[in-house]
Design a protein around this ligand. Structure first.
Ligand code: IPD
Ligand code: CA
Ligand code: CA
Length: 259
């Protein structure tokens, strides 16, 4: 059997090339579930099909959970690949240059491998459980920022109106207390930027497993902390996430609790 990491990295880079080649060309854009904010392009679908083909070929017995609905040949397995073929679709569709491919592997309910590839910057973020986190082969460490007023934070907004409204309250509170706030438009990139110390903390609500599976492991393996909004152990299935360098974590959880 082929090595999990090698297959995941090759699949992410192949899909990344497909996405970068299609960037700023003409492609079909559809709206999901009749909404006006949640887009999917034909490039998302093509990238997903390419990733699934690679994973199925190497690991025909594994399960696959992918955002655009593609599946592996098996419905149940101890091995589950979790795929966001294009994280940052709205950016991609507008020609805003921040998006990536995210591939995670869960084994018996635990994420053990995460690969995030930014094809425009050719940045490959990766982590293996217990093996550390890396950017293009260089070891990653979270930032040393010790307090919220010295921290640069990043967040994202859900597609649904209610989720957006709820996060605006958190956004305005953090805007008053942090040194600065950014919104990249890609949750997987946000997590990798926490891991690499480019930002000090990230929070978002109503995310899906494919947004966070790879990135949450990358943060943890870079020495950061990842929890839900209440500061409890993180699960990729709960939707709400706080990821930080550890030092500003409790302060972020307090803000989210309205303290
Ligand atoms: C979205 C991005 C965005 C986040 C949204 C996600 P998509 O994923 O990660 O940053 O704010 O909640 O749904 O749709 O571009 O794959
Ligand atoms: Ca996503
Ligand atoms: Ca996506």
């Amino acid at each position: 059997m082929q090595d999990f990491r090698t297959v995941a990295v090759a699949a992410a880079q192949q899909a990344g090339k497909l996405i970068a080649d299609a960037y700023r060309t003409e492609f079909r854009v559809d709206y999901k579930k009749g909404g006006t904010t949640n887009l999917v392009t034909e490039v998302d679908r093509r990238a997903e099909a390419a990733i699934i083909e690679s994973l199925n070929k190497a690991f025909p017995d594994h399960q696959i959970l992918a955002e655009e609905g593609g599946e592996g040949s098996r419905q149940q397995s101890a091995y589950k690949w979790i795929v966001d073929p294009l994280d940052g679709t709205t950016n991609f569709a507008h020609g805003f240059p921040v998006f990536c491919v995210s591939i995670g592997l869960e084994v018996e309910g635990r994420v053990v491998l995460g690969v995030v590839y930014d094809p425009l910057r050719q940045e490959l973020f990766e982590a293996g459980a217990g093996k550390g986190a890396f950017l293009n082969g260089e070891r990653l460490r979270v930032s040393p920022a010790a307090a919220l007023d010295k921290a640069l934070l990043v967040t994202g907004f859900a597609y649904d109106q209610e989720g957006r409204r709820r996060n605006l309250k958190h956004f305005s509170e953090f805007a008053m207390r942090a040194q600065g706030i950014r919104r990249t438009g890609s949750a997987a990139i946000d997590l990798c930027y926490v891991a690499s110390g480019r930002v000090d903390g990230f929070w978002e609500l109503a995310l899906y497993p494919w947004d966070v599976a790879a990135g949450s492991l990358i943060v943890a393996e870079a020495g950061g902390r990842v929890t839900d909004f209440a500061g409890n152990d993180f699960s990729i299935y709960t939707g709400n996430i706080v990821a930080s360098n550890g030092s500003v974590h409790q302060a972020m959880v307090d803000v989210l609790a309205g303290k």
